[in-house]
Ligand binder design. Structure first.
Ligand code: IFM
Length: 446
């Protein structure tokens, strides 16, 4: 595939989804602890209290990453472990955990990619209004500074946020994620504050690092019209704007997309004069999470963007019901490069939930293997056209807590037998290991 030997291959995880140890060593609850325990909206009624017990098994997990031939690993730092109330006192034990993890990754030739916020807002801040309260953006910047002062340039790549779109939309409009609200205007205000916090967080990271690469991770999706009508084409354009441009244009161009702003009408967020300047910080690297495309038709019955999902009869779908559409990854990489010219892009998440079965100590998952292979090929095609792409990180290293689905969805390269916490590399993990070796990817050195 003509990838340079410094290309990074690995997998991603996030704190609440794998760590467990929810009440240990000074960690306090986040909005996800509260939501998982109380909302009644988790499919199997379960929580991340134990998850994959990674907080206790992190050494073996790093050995596993190494054995799979990865030279990069993306994880998230739990804000409620590091600053349990969200602002104020720093919890030394929480920071120590990530300090040891980073050192161990470096010893093993694995580049640490750290995300500061993967949806686990400390409850202390949520009680003061959470992401609807502008002060939370400043608390986030303080937290970013604390982490960067401790981990510094040992972290190869920092991302401020994972999928701000998802935090805002699924948490405040669809109500399927914490904190479970269903209000479009609130979702837009939260999105604005998440972006403002990203800008302030970037400044804090910049002030406290020298060589680490800094940026954000966004979930991206192409939208295709399900029929030839002008109305459906407009719906696809609008949906693309709501999903992608609403976040990328403020961050990379310094303004909201005017057509989408007009579409939202009176629901647009309140902001201050200089917010867009703060939000539009230069980044070193953009992480993108790609899973599926959107396929929509116009629906007057739906609120703006007036788009209704249409299931394509000829497509295959994952266990999440997401359409398998590898070319969408190529399409998005080429389009993002064309529209925003960010200096570097990496695939921060890509993967498939499948109905995996453990049989005689093996998990045969040919559909996931094909999914990974076809998406890596799509990425390489984009790269061959000149898009600067530096890493491919699969979602996820382990089966884990899939938010509102609890433990009923398995995305892992490694199967987790939850009663014993045994990790079993699936066939796709072994395929990826051999593929990485075939690309001569070299271990990471600082
Ligand atoms: O599990 C999530 C992850 O936390 C964020 N991106 C999508 C994944 C699959 O739903």
């Amino acid at each position: 595939m003509n990838l340079p030997s410094g290309f990074h291959f690995g997998a991603s995880t996030s704190a609440y989804q794998i760590e467990g140890a929810a009440q240990e060593d000074g960690r306090l609850p986040s909005i996800w602890d509260e939501f998982a325990h109380k909302s009644g909206r988790i499919k199997d009624g379960r929580t991340g209290d134990v998850a994959c017990d990674h907080y206790h098994r992190w050494r073996e997990d790093v050995d596993l990453i190494h054995a799979l031939g990865h030279n990069a690993y993306r994880f998230s730092i739990a804000w409620p472990r590091v600053i349990p109330q969200g602002r104020g006192a720093v919890n030394a034990k929480g920071l120590d955990f990530y300090d040891r993890l980073v050192d161990r990754l470096l010893e093993k030739g694995i580049a640490p990619y750290a995300t500061l916020y993967h949806w686990d807002l400390p409850m202390g801040l949520h009680r003061e209004g959470g992401w609807l309260n502008r002060d939370t953006c400043h608390a986030f910047a303080d937290y970013a500074a604390v982490v960067a002062q401790r981990l510094g340039d040992r972290v190869y790549s920092y991302a401020t946020f994972n999928e701000p779109r998802c935090s805002a939309t699924v948490g405040y409009l669809e109500g399927r994620h914490a904190p479970g609200e269903m209000d479009q205007a609130k979702a837009l205000q939260v999105a604005h504050h998440l972006m403002l916090a990203h800008g302030l967080g970037m400044q804090a990271l910049r002030a406290n690092t020298r060589t680490a690469r800094l940026g954000v991770v966004l979930d991206v999706k192409p939208y295709h019209p399900a029929d030839d009508s002008a109305a459906s084409q407009q719906a696809a354009h609008n949906a693309y704007g709501v999903f992608n441009r609403w976040f990328m244009e403020p961050m990379f161009l310094g303004h909201y997309p005017q057509d989408i702003w007009d579409g939202y009408g009176a629901m647009v967020p309140a902001m201050q004069e200089s917010d867009l300047v703060t939000i539009c910080q230069p980044i070193d690297s953009l992480g993108i999470n790609y899973y599926a495309r959107g396929h929509v038709e116009h629906s007057a019955a739906k609120p703006f963007p007036h788009a209704a999902d249409v299931r394509c009869a000829t497509s295959s779908f994952t266990d999440m019901g997401w359409e398998i559409w590898p070319d969408g990854l190529r399409e998005m990489l080429v389009r993002i490069h064309r529209d925003y010219r960010v200096p570097d892009i990496y695939i921060a998440e890509n993967g498939a939930a499948m109905d995996d079965v453990l049989e005689n100590g093996r998990v045969h998952d040919p559909v996931r293997r094909d999914y990974l292979q076809s998406h890596i090929t799509a990425m390489a095609q984009a790269r061959a056209t000149g898009v600067p792409i530096s890493a491919y990180l699969a979602w996820s290293l382990l089966d884990n807590y899939e938010w509102g689905h609890g433990y009923t969805r398995r995305f892992g390269l490694c199967y987790v037998d939850y009663p014993t916490q045994q990790r079993i590399p699936k066939d796709s993990a072994l395929w990826l290991r051999d593929f990485i070796a075939s690309q001569n990817a070299r271990p990471y050195t600082r």
